[in-house]
Write a protein that binds this ligand. Structure first.
Ligand SMILES: [Ca+2]
Ligand SMILES: [Ca+2]
Length: 609
């Protein structure tokens, strides 16, 4: 009898122990007092949490609702935070009948003064895009991190090269010298998987990849940038994750992601069908629910807990680091109703933050519907800016394919489609497409001709790191994202300083620096009105005007010089008597016949005086 009781007691204790709840993760990691977003929804992950009661240690911190998940190892808990609550550490108690309760500490922080902290970016800024693994290795001690598969291998174009946050901090002064005012950095959150140096396969949304540094170091980067009057733009992904993401082995809900490792849809990258009034539903679903790659599962933002999770995570990073803007990856691939709600939530919390959505379609018709306030769009995205792939697709044709200004002229004639064309993010290259020097087939004149256009048209210009040197890159992602020369101690030369650059690199650097400075000093270029003229063969010209600041830009894509008839140009304000060549210096009085020569393969930027 005794033995049986003992056995029974032992069994009970064992089964009790098996059901003892435990907590391994609470997200968001912390929150702040005085946020607009409410209620805060905590994700609590651990073991055997289903059926638990959650209580708080303070009346100012109320547990409004505990939501069970499909997996017994999760709780989603709605929390109310009184504005009067003092920042500090509070406790939540998780209690299951007959079990020892689990207590978790949760920190509520004081918000830092919002002045300057969240100022967005606009056409007065110049954006510099960095692929952090390839820019500069400021801390070789983090190149190899225990527990992460990929170590450093600079010979492999698709491997990790060791660049990091410290490398970016070390070179902020270089960027300042060039004149850029905002830095967009490809994603820095943890990517545990293979071939993940690009950063778009997140495996932990709340952790900077240890090969780049720490969360605190990221905040330090933003602070260091702010000291230099520079802004930081986070690269964010609502659409997909990496297959090694921690929750893939224990999904909270059956519909947390679309499909499963065993079976999933594959997008056909026909984004036009999202706005096609005749588009079939099947293809649309494939586009929005397909896995971005076999290693990048697709998140289901129509699961309300997933939607809350992603919105809170974005707010968390902006608040934690004091960010100025967001570049949202693969915008059309996530549900458009969710994306719109996400944009609105961000704007409610940070009215001055700028969000630019990546819409990779080289046709303004389709890009334009993604800018907020467009009545032609099936849904108002409430998004201030979109990546101007329409401009990119046309402007690269100045130096490649047709080698003509006509596609650019035609693309700009379609600006009537955009509610705010001057808010578009313009570019000639980025981390996904061939570098400008590659497009120009190593022809420096062509390269500078196109670069001059980028810095004199409407929009927010952005360049990819190394474009200021004319880096050539290659035909694929691994080689496009080449190492910045001098970012590694063992490099033969250091192109971060003039003495380490070749003659050609210095020519391009100085030219870029001058274009940026010109843009900063001329309101006509940043916010002036545009008047463009139909191209005459290889000759194309446009006028930018803001009050008395009148700038004439002339592009000649022909090899030989061409004549421009100035009598066609009539600024709003007053007639002009001379032209001042802003890049090369020198004033020219108007010839009697009003005709000037524009050298072959060049862009001339004149101020009308
Ligand atoms: Ca490193
Ligand atoms: Ca999707």
């Amino acid at each position: 009898m005794k033995t049986t009781s003992l056995l029974f007691a032992l069994l009970t204790a064992t089964s009790l122990l098996a059901n003892q709840p435990s907590v391994s993760r609470v997200e968001p990691l912390n929150w702040w007092v005085g946020m607009k977003w409410a209620p805060l929804q905590l994700l609590i992950h651990g073991k055997d949490l289903a059926g638990s009661e959650v209580t708080s240690s303070h009346p100012g911190l109320t547990v409004q609702k505990v939501h069970p998940a499909d997996s017994p190892n999760y709780l989603f808990v709605d929390i109310g935070i009184a504005d009067s609550l003092k920042p500090g550490t509070y406790q939540f108690k998780i209690t299951k009948p007959g079990q020892k309760p689990v207590t978790i500490d949760y920190e509520l922080w004081k918000r830092e003064s919002p002045e300057k902290r969240y100022t967005g970016f606009n056409s007065e800024d110049v954006v510099y895009l960095i692929t952090p693994d390839r820019f500069a290795n400021g801390d070789p001690s983090n190149d190899q991190v225990e527990g992460l598969l990929e170590g450093v291998d600079r010979k492999d174009p698709f491997g990790r090269h060791g660049g990091d946050i410290q490398g970016i901090i070390n070179n902020l002064d270089y960027m300042k010298e060039l004149g850029v005012t905002a830095v967009w950095i490809n994603p820095l959150v943890e990517n545990r998987g293979k071939i993940s140096y690009h950063g778009y396969a997140a495996t932990d949304f709340y952790k900077i990849d240890p090969r780049y540094g720490t969360n605190d170091q990221y905040r330090q980067l933003v602070d260091e940038a702010r000291k230099r009057d520079m802004k930081i733009i986070v690269d964010h992904v609502n659409n997909h994750i990496g297959i090694e993401h921690w929750w893939m082995n224990d999904l909270p809900f059956k519909d947390w992601i679309h499909g499963s490792k065993a079976g999933y849809l594959k997008p056909i990258h026909q984004k036009e069908n999202l706005v096609d009034r005749y588009g079939d539903v099947q293809s649309r679903n494939v586009e929005q629910q397909g896995w971005f790659s076999p290693y990048m599962p697709d998140m289901n933002q129509r699961n309300p807990f997933m939607a809350n999770y992603l919105i809170q995570n974005t707010i968390w990073w902006v608040e934690f680091a004091g960010l100025h803007g967001i570049r949202e990856d693969t915008y059309p691939y996530a549900y458009l109703d969710y994306q719109s709600a996400w944009n609105q939530a961000m704007k409610r919390e940070y009215p001055t933050l700028t969000i630019v959505g990546e819409v990779w379609i080289e046709n303004p018709v389709y890009v334009s519907v993604f800018q907020g306030g467009n009545p032609l769009s099936p849904i108002d995205t409430h998004m201030e800016s979109v990546t101007d792939f329409g401009f990119y697709g046309a402007a690269k044709r100045l130096v490649a394919y047709e080698k003509s200004p006509k596609p650019l002229y035609h693309a700009l004639t379609q600006d009537f489609l955009y509610p705010e064309p001057n808010r578009l993010l313009t570019f000639l290259d980025n981390h996904d497409v061939e570098r400008l020097m590659y497009q120009a087939d190593k022809d420096v004149d062509k390269f500078l001709m196109a670069l001059s256009v980028l810095f004199t048209v409407r929009g927010v210009p952005s360049i990819y790191y190394g474009t200021e040197l004319g880096l050539y890159g290659g035909p694929d992602h691994g080689t496009i994202r080449e190492d910045f020369p001098g970012g590694w101690k063992s490099d033969k030369r250091n192109a971060f300083s003039a003495s380490g650059r070749t003659e050609q690199e210095n020519r391009i650097f100085n030219y870029t620096q001058k274009l940026i400075s010109l843009r900063k000093n001329h309101p006509a270029l940043t916010k002036g009105k545009t008047v463009q003229y139909p191209p005459k063969g290889d000759l194309y010209w446009y006028l930018r005007e803001s009050g008395n600041d009148r700038i004439l830009v002339v592009v000649n894509t022909a090899f030989l010089s061409k004549e421009l008839d100035l009598s066609m140009i009539k600024p709003d304000t007053a007639p002009f008597a001379s032209l001042f060549d802003l890049m090369n210096g020198g004033e020219e009085t108007l010839p009697g016949n009003m005709k000037i020569k524009i050298p072959g393969t060049s862009t001339r930027i004149y101020q009308l005086r």
